[in-house]
Design a protein around this ligand. Sequence first.
Ligand code: RNT
Ligand code: ZN
Length: 418
Amino acid sequence: MSYEEAKKRYAALGIDADAAIRTLKEVPVSLHCWQGDDVRGFDTDPSKPLTGGIQTTGNYPGRARNPEELMADLDEVIRLVPGTPKMNLHASYAIFENGEWADRDKLEPKHFQKWVEFCKKRGLGCDFNPTFFSHPKCDPLTLSSPDEATRKFWIDHGKACIRISTYLAEELGQPCVMNIWTGDGFKDIPGDRMGPRVRYRESIDAILSEPYDFKKVKPCIESKVFGIGVEAYTVGSAEFALSYAAMNMDKCIPLMDNGHYHPTEVVSDKIPALLAFFPEIALHVTRPIRWDSDHVVLFDDETKEIAREIVRCGGLRGRVNLALDYFDASINRIAAWAVGFRNFQKALLFALLQPADELKALQDESRFTDLLVAQEELKTLPFGEVWDEYCRFCGKPLDGEWYPQVKEYEQKVLVNRK
Ligand code: RNT
Ligand code: ZN
């Protein structure tokens, strides 16, 4: 079947495939730099383990070991994915020059100048994240620590990151979403659950007292249910993060990572719940397997449902900030990056090809049998043809064409990184 024929099948249902393609091409989706080097960053000893309850497993060859390699790998990914990628950096990816080094509380915009140059050359915006993990000053708590000096260090880090986010937004002319997540928590039953949460709240207040223009810098609060080594208690739980964001709507937005909830909870259902109150929300799109495992994003049912909610709640018109967040060190990292990005693009395109108004009308008219039948039959429309056309429209490889390029890059570049 050709795209023209596929287009007619959609048009018969009142769906404009050309319009879906044009819309999706302009939607920024943040590409997380940390998939390329197993979340190690450049500012601490790379042989030290990742902390904060997150974990990369596997030792597939080819991990990027420095900024040059990471940027080269990112370029390769950008060549392989349709749509509008936006960079997403962690503070730990600061680039130091001439033997200089700055601790996290002393980071400055200049430490991200190389990244600004990288983004400018490629026309990319950039999101940012303070890094509250993998550092000797995690005691192991950070913003919720009972120790004042520890808290101050991490508050100063947060404030430095606001200044860096302002720099990124101003230099690149796109808002910078700045996500606050800490792995603070305990392995076993706490003796005090509220103390750390009150301190966490006060620390975020202190960070957000640093001046910024909320139209340019969008601080987010990301919740989590548990992490490896912090199984019993997470300071920044769902209720904590959402309450903080709700009480400070003029200063920050809530961020939901779909790996951070109990296994039967779904973020697709939470998106419209939050959008009934918040003008804007942010997402980390990932794939949990049993726990917050951060597996590569698939074109699976929940990813499609998340995309359907984003689209029909008007999320693509600036209400939902989209980012990917996963890390797999057991397979080719560039393939992992590209396949996850492409899958989320597929989910968004699939969602844009739904007759949202008709489905809503069927529901409002209580025509539930019609709704069931319609939704099931949408699943077997010739989506693959529209997807191929989208890739062509963006000038990017089709399915079947991009992976050979990754293999070639692996042979030429990655295998030499011993
Ligand atoms: C961890 C959170 C967080 C991190 C990144 C590296 O569980 O999802 O967003 O993955 O900041
Ligand atoms: Zn996340």
